[in-house]
Design a protein. Structure first.
Length: 165
């Protein structure tokens, strides 16, 4: 899923192909098209923008940003399913994603001289996510039970561990 902010940046670029700088109608147009993309209609918006640029007879330099927006929306359409992302509770805004990156990744891994293997880094990120989500106690109970099973229960027939003396 792609962040939503770049969609608005492309839409604003396209808007200035159709409206004069500072025209309040541009804001309404971007809001309408942005809501349509947010509603899962990126392909329709791309088609509408392309048709508008053609209908207005814009030459290549004048329609450049509109064409870039159309290309972005068409190429990224599979990743712009915002209705599904929102219904699943996924973040689509830059601030949320950057905040998660800073909190989970950067605070731990962006340390001078630190070296991480791929497996070690993945394990650390998973543990930080468990802790950040407030699931640490439940995870730790599960971890201890799984370790006990792995280390001790497998050594005895039937998996029954003798009671501690």
């Amino acid at each position: 899923m792609l962040q939503y902010v770049p969609v608005f940046e492309y839409l604003w670029g396209a808007a200035w192909c159709f409206f004069d700088e500072g025209d309040p109608a541009a804001e309404a147009w971007v809001a309408e098209k942005g809501f349509a993309v947010l509603s899962g209609k990126a392909g329709l918006v791309a088609g509408t923008i392309a048709r508008k640029a053609t209908a207005l007879g814009l030459d290549q330099p004048r329609r450049k940003k509109a064409d870039e927006c159309v290309r972005y929306l068409k190429n990224k359409r599979p990743y712009l399913d915002y209705p599904q992302a929102l219904s699943a509770g996924y973040p689509i805004a830059t601030g949320v994603i950057e905040g998660a990156w800073r909190h989970l990744v950067r605070d731990r891994f962006d340390i001078t001289g630190a070296r991480w293997s791929l497996d070690g880094a993945e394990a650390m990120l998973k543990l930080r996510a468990v802790r950040a989500n407030g699931d640490w106690d439940e995870y730790w109970r599960h971890h201890l039970a799984a370790e006990r099973e792995r280390v001790h229960a497998s050594r005895y027939a039937g998996g029954v561990i003798p009671a501690a003396a």
